[in-house]
Design a protein around this ligand. Structure first.
Ligand SMILES: Cc1ncc(COP(=O)(O)O)c(C=O)c1O
Length: 486
């Protein structure tokens, strides 16, 4: 995308006189170097509005993220504007929470209308919206019941509690001996239970002790899963997995894996628990990523796009013989199933259906991968692999060839060219735009990536410091193996 074209000002953002004069500043404020304006509580008046906001956050917010330095001020569909009025194309979609596109009018309308009527009852009482959502989830996904929560991590946590409860009540696992098996490189969120399954040292170091009752197995390795089921099957309540691993870098399991998991779980009386928080709701070109092999897990967790990018909504789906193992008082959340979130979720699901986002994602994904494959053909020394399903895609780079330039540095350059993407690990760029993105916008994104490789990267490599540290692979604290970026 031509940089000038990417920066068309949004008129309504420019009503303020201050913004007219604001100059775009691409200066990253990396966490490692505190900007001078961030070291005092008042921002320098000479810096741009974006710079001031970044400084404010740096000063007053925990440094638990390392953002690409762009400030979202307004967004519509696939486009985002910063406070200076520069326009960008969003190729992250808030980690797939904005599948329907930013500020979708039908979803925003549902939010507005419901917010004027009733926002919260707590489930100490009934409200007239949650049951409507529950029935809609039943009719779309075919599970008897839903347990509503808010964030994805809470949804997964709920599914694990449900599995343990089912394990003790129905499978008769001895007290406190239930095991959950999960996959190497998984990502299920940031709570203590979630990081107790993580292979990401940054997520776990300094947060111990991790919770007991977890065993790991390589994602995609059905023989290893069978071994662990044979050895410990009597104690295993559930096998938790992402049908496509998102944070690990959009890792797709070998063909037949999901079916084989289904068979093994049935054989050993173990709950098959699919975390579809990121892969679900049309992201992969199917309603659920498990639909790629037409398997029906025992438990499904939804989140992110269930709230249409507007409000956190998550849901655990299961049949009665599992779900009714949890009884009144045993689990809950003040905001889970609140009427505002429920109205938004109903509208979010309607938009997925009405706008045929499943089909769109499948079709647009193919288009995008064709363009990315062409890019790989042009830059075979840098691009190791292009992979994905639907609009759930990743470009994996050769870490050593690029070193010390990282996927993060590439994303900074993409941002300068008006495209927003986020790296995962040192060498992978995830491309997960809103499913409503047009073919032209997808082409603009691929063109920007092309220009970064052709124009920016040679310059970056020429100017790399002599003593820079190479991109080193991540060695897992749990098992000592080289993982991401190897
Ligand atoms: C597969 C998966 N599960 C769970 C989560 C956690 O969701 P949340 O950040 O809403 O807690 C994520 C977040 O990225 C995810 O990708």
């Amino acid at each position: 995308m031509a940089a000038t074209k990417a920066r068309r000002p949004l008129q309504c953002l420019l009503n303020s006189k201050a913004l007219w004069g604001a100059r775009r500043s691409f200066g990253a404020i990396p966490e490692r170097s505190i900007p001078s304006s961030a070291s005092s509580s008042s921002s320098s008046s000479s810096s741009s509005p974006s710079q001031q906001i970044i400084s404010l956050e740096y000063e007053y917010s925990a440094h638990n993220y390392h953002p690409i330095p762009i400030v979202f001020s307004q967004a519509k569909g696939s486009s985002v504007w910063d406070p200076e009025g520069n326009k960008y194309l969003d190729f992250l979609a808030a980690y797939s929470a904005v599948n329907q596109g930013h500020c979708h009018p039908k979803i925003v309308k549902a939010l507005q209308e419901q917010s004027e009527k009733l926002t919260l009852s707590s489930r100490a009482f009934y409200n007239d919206k949650f049951p409507v959502l529950a029935a809609q989830l039943r009719s779309i996904f075919g599970y008897d019941m839903v347990l509503p929560m808010n964030t994805g991590a809470e949804g997964v946590e709920t599914a694990l509690k449900l599995a343990r409860k089912w394990g003790y009540e129905k499978k008769k696992i001895p007290k406190d001996e239930a095991i959950i098996v999960s996959c190497c490189s998984c990502f299920h969120g940031r709570t203590l239970a979630m990081i107790s399954m993580s292979c990401d040292n940054e997520a776990t170091r300094g947060f111990g002790p991790l919770l007991p009752g977890h065993l790991k197995v390589d994602f995609g390795d059905i023989a290893a899963l069978e071994d662990i089921f044979k050895e410990k099957g009597n104690q295993i309540a559930g096998f938790l997995f992402e049908p496509i691993q998102g944070e690990a870098g959009v890792i797709i399991p070998p063909d037949g894996y999901l079916k084989a998991v289904r068979d093994l779980c049935s054989k050993h009386n173990i709950l098959m628990i699919a975390d579809e928080v990121q892969s679900g709701l049309a992201r992969s070109g199917k309603m659920l990523a498990c639909d790629w092999e037409e398997v029906r897990p025992d438990v499904v967790i939804l989140g992110k796009a269930l709230g249409g990018g507007v409000i956190p909504v998550s849901a655990v789906l299961a049949d009665k013989h599992v779900m009714l193992c949890i009884r009144p008082g045993e689990h809950g959340s003040t905001f889970g199933g609140n009427p505002l979130a429920s109205a938004v979720a109903v509208a979010s699901l309607d938009v997925i259906k009405d706008e045929q986002l499943v089909e769109r994602s499948a079709q647009m994904g193919e288009e995008l991968r064709k363009q990315l494959a062409e890019l790989q053909r042009q830059f075979p020394d840098y691009i190791k692999e292009v992979r994905g399903r639907g609009l759930f895609n990743a470009v994996e780079l050769y870490g050593a060839a690029l070193s010390p330039v990282s996927a993060y540095d590439i994303c900074l350059k993409l941002k300068e060219r008006g495209v927003l993407a986020k790296p995962t690990h040192n060498t992978i760029i995830r491309l997960t735009p809103p499913l409503s993105m047009s073919a032209d916008e997808l082409r603009e994104g691929a063109k920007a990536l092309h220009d970064v490789f052709e124009i920016d990267l040679p310059r970056m490599l020429r100017t790399k410091p002599e003593n820079s540290t190479p991109n080193s692979p991540h060695v897992c604290d749990r098992c000592g193996r080289k993982m991401y970026g190897a």
